[in-house]
Design a protein around this ligand. Sequence first.
Ligand SMILES: N[C@@H](Cc1c[nH]c[nH+]1)C(=O)O
Length: 384
Amino acid sequence: MPNWLLPENIADVLPSEARKIEELRRLMLDTYRLYGYELVMPPLLEYVESLLTGAGQDTDLRTFKLVDQLSGRMLGLRADMTTQVARIDAHLLHRNSVTRLCYAGSVLHTRPSGLHATREPLQIGCEIYGHAGLEADAEVQELALASLALAGFVDVRLDLTHVGVLRALLAEDAKARQDEATIVALLRAKDVPGLREQTKGYAAATREALLALPNLYGDIDVLTRAKEVLPALPGITKALADLAVLAASALGRANVAVDLADLRGYQYESGAMFSLYVPGLPNAVARGGRYDHVGEAFGRARPATGFSMDLRELARLLPTAERKHSIRAPWGNAPELRAKIAELRKSGEVVIQSLPGHDIELDEFEYDRVLVLEEGNWILKNLG
Ligand SMILES: N[C@@H](Cc1c[nH]c[nH+]1)C(=O)O
């Protein structure tokens, strides 16, 4: 095996793609700053216990683990930054007021989430701590939609769901509660025959409601249908009312859909959740939602909601950026030449000095002007 081969689903990012990703990263972080989100940079690796606190089994399976040579303890490479940011809010900031944090960094996955998905997504996201009301959920939803608009996506679908529906059903039925993981897996797969088999011994009301969930998918009228077919438990009524508010706040900015069986996520979610889809990609490009109990796991209960997305995936869907116009200049130490080049660069021009005897091949830049010495002055000439 040649030693330059990269592992499966791990790739180098070449110049024009890297530029696209980096430009998106800067654009988005600058936008989050305008909304008051403070940037944090959690570490790439941590002790597994703290990395996985509050996270579910999916995150555990996705996390690369290794032994720390200094402490002998097990370390994990982060697979998701959300719980790290929750730890920062709960442990390090000690604020009781609302805290808005954003982040961007690589995460690693032991297994890709799809056949062609990278195992090293570049996760970017925003989280709000300290406000339990729907206003915070609406803000992150808006920011996630604004991020996709910034990236140039116009045709966006917002899928809403709420873990409160299933929680309320399970709270009523001890038998079903024991099988929570299996039920979640069946609902995620919309496996109705499997669900029918699984729910055989449950109370009739629980069974009926669980079997109804995979069909509660479609436009916002689903909320009305759900009210009719699901039991009027307080948790369900509240969840459906929350979703109605969040759907209304996104109207006009996205095609809103509701999918009450969509329980994909990292299993730390505790309330309303959303996924954003764009044409050309079957998987969600952004995911978010409420996860109040993660702060609790870190010793300080803090309401929390946020969203994150993979910038590499997003950039892949966008057209290649146009090559940037640039100026070719000769190599030399003459003070006038150096001064002229410095002045051009200061004004934002890309000036590339040719090294004697070499051609330059560039992916990203295209020469349209050349710097030449004429009658003792360095002047710019257009290239034909
Ligand atoms: N990190 C979550 C999304 C999220 C961010 N904040 C809350 N939820 C994910 O990747 O699915």
